[in-house]
Design a protein around this ligand. Sequence first.
Ligand SMILES: C[S@@+](CC[C@H](N)C(=O)[O-])C[C@H]1O[C@@H](n2cnc3c(N)ncnc32)[C@H](O)[C@@H]1O
Length: 281
Amino acid sequence: MGITPPALTPAQKSLFLTLGGRAFDSRLPRPFLGDTMADEVLRKTGYDVAKFPTLSSRLVDPRTKVFDIAVRAKRLDEAVRQFVTRHPDAVVLDLGAGLDSRMFRVDPPHTVDWYDIDFPEVIAVRQQVLPQPANAHGIGADLTDPHWLDDVPDDRPSVIVADGLIAFLTQEGFVSLLNRLTSHFPSGEVAFNSYTTYAVWTVKHIPGFAAIAGGVANPGFNDPREPERWAPALTLAEEIFLTRAPELTDMPLSVRLASRLFAPSPALSRMLGATVLRYCF
Ligand SMILES: C[S@@+](CC[C@H](N)C(=O)[O-])C[C@H]1O[C@@H](n2cnc3c(N)ncnc32)[C@H](O)[C@@H]1O
């Protein structure tokens, strides 16, 4: 259909890597996430994900190509689902939502208000390719702009997720965003996949990520307690290592063996597999 705007920045283009990962996952005989809407959305955009060799390579096993993207999305969905089950009056923020159909996977109660925030160009595409339920709101803004939160209710508990976003924020932008979020809401949770310094180096230097490398602005961090120092309202609640994911039982033997080797060590797990961090405030 080809509705993709022609001039996306590398940070904006990165949404097709995660969307493509979830779409390819849904085509597997036994998907990890099973989000068929991701595949529909990808087809509607007409975007050629062959621009991401990490997805299109025939040398890598299809399950290995999508594991990190699909399983970290699943962990973040679970964090949101558990929160809205406890707080049916919650506000959900999906920061750097891209074209993700998380709201349809989580299927929150109608009493929840759900906000997808991304650059205006991306939100405009979202509105063409995804359904817009009455309690879904798109905010087209740069997340580092201090004013986009002005229209979001500030008197309800909030669960805030960011899938694939942090690498594209400067350190200053990330820290001020965390502090603005924790001061805006009375209480809540923040969950995101983290990027270690090694992961940032990888995205910048491995040719498979060339299409998005120019957008990477964050130095990464290795200690999950760092955000508690940057935003003192946050308390680390959980560090989830994908090297310990139950879904690994369905992966090729080589990946299972490598994960079994790395899983006992938090340092190796952080460095070599995806990690989801969950904080309370
Ligand atoms: C890797 S993509 C992930 C998209 C989506 N969360 C997903 O999982 O498919 C990163 C997203 O963050 C968005 N993004 C990066 N920096 C941003 C900023 N400063 N303000 C708003 N959105 C931003 C990009 O436009 C892109 O959609």
